[in-house]
Ligand binder design. Structure first.
Ligand code: UT7
Length: 331
């Protein structure tokens, strides 16, 4: 049997400086800090300002920092995957742009678009390339400039999203710690509840699509909420059962940060107390593909070798999934 496992050997993140508070949002649309805090759990989010800046600029900062802190030369990287729903442009891939900006030259790269589950889907791709023996050092980065597709006159979506990026380095190991397993799911019929109506091949950009505000996020909050609560909790529970784990065995749950109520429901379903759940939604909002690596980055110093960690996500697609990691290092 192949005993090569993939392991995360470093993590880094980046959030832009500008802080968009609930107070400021309350001046743009009819809402309040109280409503946003009770229904979503977000106090503020970061926004990338500046002409000509895109997701790759956020990804660049995360990847550059990752390579520096892990003392990895860009030349050693053989694969970079970028999870994003807000690519710099339709093509080429933002992964290619990040690789170029960071100076990664001996690698191939591509983007993964799996909505808010993008980082999980991308990381699972890296796992497969490592386990097969094909790659030795892979960067997985989730990078999003969500502010580029948010309609700041729509109170049902504009408080939710923020900009940011997080990246991990993935390498092979023959030790027992590493990425143990993952479960990924998709139900494309859910697309009707959460999508961007125009700008793709079905409805290319036109004056009409712009006037109709069809280049922004379209979300029917309630059905998305319902599916997110039930599926994120189920898939987290499924991976625990598969590995005979109980809440006591788990050091940390790393949930996608879309809504505090969805996070709470997932933790409750697997019987996990709140101290074991990584929550930073109040500071950054929903950064889509970047929520999970930004959490790992912020909690990195608290993580211990051998900790059982469960990642869980749900997003547009619908896509959802979970991952079981035995953390491999003390920092
Ligand atoms: O990561 C990708 C996956 N996305 C998600 O996981 C998002 C899932 N959905 C949600 O998190 C929630 O559904 C929302 C946060 C989007 C909305 O919360 P909700 O508790 O489901 O509110 P609702 O849509 O049922 O709206 C309740 C009321 C409505 O007013 P009426 O019709 O009852 O008079 C809305 O118009 O709240 C109103 N409302 C607001 N009021 C103040 C909606 N947005 C706002 C707002 N401020 N920002």
């Amino acid at each position: 049997m192949n005993n090569i496992k993939a392991v995360i050997t470093g993590v880094h993140g980046y959030v832009p400086e500008y802080i968009l508070t609930n107070e400021e949002i309350s001046k743009m649309v009819d809402t309040s800090d109280e409503w946003i805090m009770t229904r979503i759990g977000i106090k503020e989010r970061r926004i990338l300002k500046g002409e000509g800046k895109g997701a790759s600029d956020l990804g660049y900062e995360a990847v550059k920092g990752l390579l520096e802190k892990t003392k990895t030369s860009p030349d050693e990287i053989d694969f970079l995957i970028c999870a994003t729903v807000t690519p710099d442009m339709q093509f080429p891939a933002t992964a290619n742009i990040i690789s170029d900006k960071v100076g990664i030259k001996n690698a191939f790269s591509f983007d993964v678009n799996a909505g808010c589950s993008g980082f999980l889907f991308a990381l699972s791709t890296a796992v497969s390339y490592i386990e097969s023996g094909r790659c030795k050092k892979i960067v997985v980065v989730g990078a999003e400039k969500m502010s580029s597709i948010v309609d700041y006159s729509d109170r049902t979506t504009c408080p939710i999203f923020g900009d940011g990026a997080g990246a991990v380095l993935v390498e092979p190991t023959t030790e027992s710690n590493g990425i143990i397993d993952f479960i990924l799911k998709v139900d494309g019929s859910g697309r009707k509840h959460l999508h961007q109506k125009a700008g793709g091949s079905v409805k290319p950009a036109s004056h009409e699509t712009i006037d109709a505000k069809e280049h922004f996020i379209y979300q029917e909050g309630q059905p998305v909420f319902k599916y997110a609560v039930s599926n994120m909790a189920s898939v987290a529970e499924e991976i625990l059962k598969k590995h005979n784990l109980t809440a006591n065995d788990i050091a940390w749950l790393v949930p996608h940060q879309a809504n505090l109520r969805i996070i709470d429901a997932t933790a409750n379903r697997i019987g996990l107390s709140k101290e074991k759940v990584m929550i930073n939604i109040q500071k950054y909002g929903n950064t889509t593909s970047a929520t999970l690596p930004i959490c790992l980055w912020e909690w990195e110093k608290k993580l211990k070798k051998g900790d059982n960690i469960i990642l869980a996500a749900f997003g547009a697609g619908f896509t959802w999934g979970s991952m079981y990691i035995k953390w491999a290092y003390n920092s």
